[in-house]
Design a protein around this ligand. Structure first.
Ligand code: IPM
Ligand code: MG
Length: 380
């Protein structure tokens, strides 16, 4: 059955527009091969939106997203905007608000180390030669990122904490880590359901030896686990998790994390795969657990890579695989998603590599050729 979908395309800054063009190429091939129609509606976000409209997330961009089934996102930020006050910088003024605005609480970050690319991993080859496949399931709209109060106050002389001998202005800042049972429950159920389609193992990453919120996570997850008796559950403190990821990445299947732990652990497992340019992510909203079309935001994990922007050498795979996740999780087009993933794997197996994953005797190609090779291999 063929269908028509509107997709918001927010390419953003740095390598965003270059790699986005390759993702759209793959999606055009899907249209042709499967008989769908995608209407791509472009909108500005991030630094380019600051330059053009004076805001990192203009209302017009939000309106565009509201009119679409899903968002394909590039990346935002760069040196040009780093001198702005922190809360006006593209990352904080575009990415966090868009996640919150659409209630995208569930962030899936699959980190797959392909055996054929294991040479690029910083881990010892005996640990990664057979590859690994970890899914980080990160809570994305709660915890210390959004909890109130979140502020910095000036201290006056005599107040607790004031150091009269210091030459610095005296302040007190606070971030708040806060979780409700409902917030923990929805992401936990999603993690268990995802595990069922994989190795059926969930590891809860927490700091229950110190944090009240982590104790709450543990008790909630333990209770929910009884509904998924076929899935095994283990708990691990976040510091130990950081260590075990580099000692034995194959130990892990689904790593369930609160927001900040997931931010940190997902970068670590991504780096362990050897190629940040290969990793997509999906951020899903309220209907994520249902079978219906789900609104979501799909973006590569690697960021804007300002050092290589405009040079035509960026790896487009993460953006292309993000488009595949959009097809799977948002539009529920599984065969189409699998077709793109297979095309990527075949392209890599056929020896085509961008500079970041290149090794001797392989064809070194730029962004556009890599995108062409992948698009060519997309078929029904
Ligand atoms: C990520 C990024 C963001 C986050 C930043 C850019 C705000 O690191 O998506 O992991 O911390 O969530
Ligand atoms: Mg991060």
């Amino acid at each position: 059955m063929s269908s028509s979908f509107r997709i918001a395309v927010l390419a953003g800054d740095g390598i965003g527009p270059e790699v986005m063009a390759e993702a759209l190429k793959a999606l055009h091939r899907i249209e042709a091969a499967f008989g769908h129609r995608f209407d791509f509606i472009e909108a500005d976000v991030g630094g380019i939106a600051i330059d053009r409209h004076g805001a990192a997330l203009p209302q017009a961009t939000l309106d565009t997203c509201h009119g679409c089934a899903s968002i394909l996102f590039g990346s935002v930020g760069g040196p040009k905007w780093e001198k702005l006050p922190p809360n006006q910088q593209p990352e904080r003024a575009a990415l966090l608000p868009i996640r919150k605005h659409f209630g995208l609480y569930a962030n899936l970050r699959p980190a797959i180390c392909y055996p054929s690319l294991a040479h690029a991993s910083p881990l010892r080859s005996d640990l990664v030669k057979d590859g690994f496949d970890i899914l980080v399931v990160r809570e994305l709209t709660g915890g210390i990122y959004f909890g109130q109060p979140k502020k910095t106050d000036s201290l006056s002389e005599g107040e607790a904490g004031f150091d009269a001998l210091s030459r610095l202005s005296q302040k007190r800042s606070v971030d708040t880590m806060i979780y409700t049972t409902a917030e923990i429950e929805r992401i936990t159920r999603l993690a268990f359901m995802a595990a069922r389609k994989r190795q059926s193992r969930v590891t809860l990453v927490d700091k229950a030896n110190v944090l009240e919120t982590s104790v709450h996570w543990r008790t909630t997850v333990r209770e929910i686990a009884t509904d998924y008796a076929d899935v095994s559950l283990e708990y691990i403190y976040v510091d130990n998790a950081a260590m075990q990821v580099i000692r034995n990445p194959r130990h892990f299947d689904v790593m369930l994390c609160e927001n900040m732990f997931g931010d940190i652990i997902s970068d670590e497992v991504a780096a362990a795969t050897g190629s940040l340019g290969m990793l997509p992510s999906a951020s899903l909203g309220a209907s994520a657990a249902s079978g219906a079309t789900t609104f979501g935001l799909f973006e590569p994990a690697g960021g804007t890579a300002p050092d290589i922007a405009g040079k035509g050498i960026a790896n487009p795979v993460a953006q292309i695989l993000s488009a595949a996740l959009l097809l799977r999780h948002s539009l529920k087009l599984e065969a189409e998603a699998a077709s793109i993933e297979r095309a990527v794997r075949e392209t890599v197996d056929d020896g085509f590599r961008t500079a970041d994953i290149w090794s001797p005797n392989m064809h070194k190609v730029g962004t556009v050729s890599m995108g062409d090779e992948i698009a060519k291999r997309v078929r029904k």
